[in-house]
Design a protein around this ligand. Structure first.
Ligand SMILES: Nc1nc2c(ncn2[C@@H]2O[C@H](COP(=O)(O)OP(=O)(O)OP(=O)(O)O)[C@@H](O)[C@H]2O)c(=O)[nH]1
Ligand SMILES: [Mg+2]
Length: 248
């Protein structure tokens, strides 16, 4: 079972890869894959690490700026993508779980051929899309999260589970409000109908469309600090790979 953690910079990919892996290791064998050429330290011991091939740091020493070096690192990795893919699939054959930590900046994976080639090599890939509390300001943002998860599916052909990371930071009593807005599309659509702004209109139209194009999605509220949501993530992976693939 391969789980790929994807999310914007700082959303918690690396920390949750380590913490969820540790949780799974109590009963399962787990392999860790680091696809981030720019990371300095990892809270897990990677079985496969792209930094053995190329690092952002060494490219910057050649005179590249930080953003150019990130792109260049994936351009260089592309030459090794088939070997990396073969290695990941081998790890998957040898372990119950393979957890994949992706580049700090999501676009280096989502918009680069390196990322799409990796995901194309997996059968029925499962992506954990991590987003954090700070992006949820108003009703349109809840629509954004749901739509963005769908965009990942559209781009990578992967079943995408939206996971609110760092859920330990949700103030007491606020979880229910987030849950309702993220999971009850009818409620969210009704809320958005009251928003007279152009943004509200756009979000309302997009959300009205969700039930037609996206199956009801379970959102997970997870924390690498206290382990909440881990059991649910494990169940989702099991249901995806071992049962009917229906994550509702
Ligand atoms: N409170 C809290 N903080 C967290 C949690 N997970 C991660 N963090 C913090 O969030 C910050 C970013 O975490 P990372 O795991 O490095 O996030 P990332 O998405 O891998 O970041 P990049 O790869 O650098 O883009 C760190 O300061 C973590 O300590 C969590 O569950 N709860
Ligand atoms: Mg990271």
């Amino acid at each position: 079972m391969i789980l790929t953690f994807l999310g914007t910079a700082g959303s918690g990919k690396t920390t949750i890869t380590g913490a969820f892996g540790k949780y799974l290791e109590e009963e399962h064998s787990v392999a860790y894959v680091n696809l981030d050429t720019g990371v300095k330290t990892l809270p897990y011991n990677p079985d496969l690490d792209v930094r053995d091939t190329v690092t952002v740091e060494e490219i910057m020493e050649e005179g590249f700026g930080p953003n150019g070096a990130i792109v260049e690192s994936y351009d260089r990795l592309l030459k090794h993508v088939n070997d990396i893919l073969r290695e990941v699939l081998k790890l998957n054959g040898e372990h119950d779980y393979v957890l994949i930590d992706t580049p700090g900046q999501m676009e280096s994976f989502l918009f680069h051929e390196f990322g799409t080639r990796i995901m194309d090599g997996f059968q029925d890939p499962l992506v954990v899309y991590l987003f954090s509390l700070e992006i949820l300001r108003g009703a349109p943002d809840y629509c954004f999260v749901r739509t963005f998860a769908m965009m990942i599916d559209l781009r990578l052909g992967a079943t995408t589970v939206p996971v609110l990371s760092k859920a330990d930071l949700i103030p007491k009593g606020e979880l229910e409000r987030h849950r309702k807005l993220l999971e009850d599309v009818e409620y969210l659509t009704a809320r958005l109908k009251l928003d007279p702004s152009m943004q509200g209109y756009l979000a309302h139209r997009l959300c009205s469309f969700l039930p037609e194009v996206s199956p009801p999605v379970r959102v997970v509220y997870a924390s690498a600090r206290d382990g909440r949501g881990f059991e649910e993530m494990e169940t989702l992976a099991y249901e995806h790979y071992c049962t009917c693939g229906d994550l509702t």
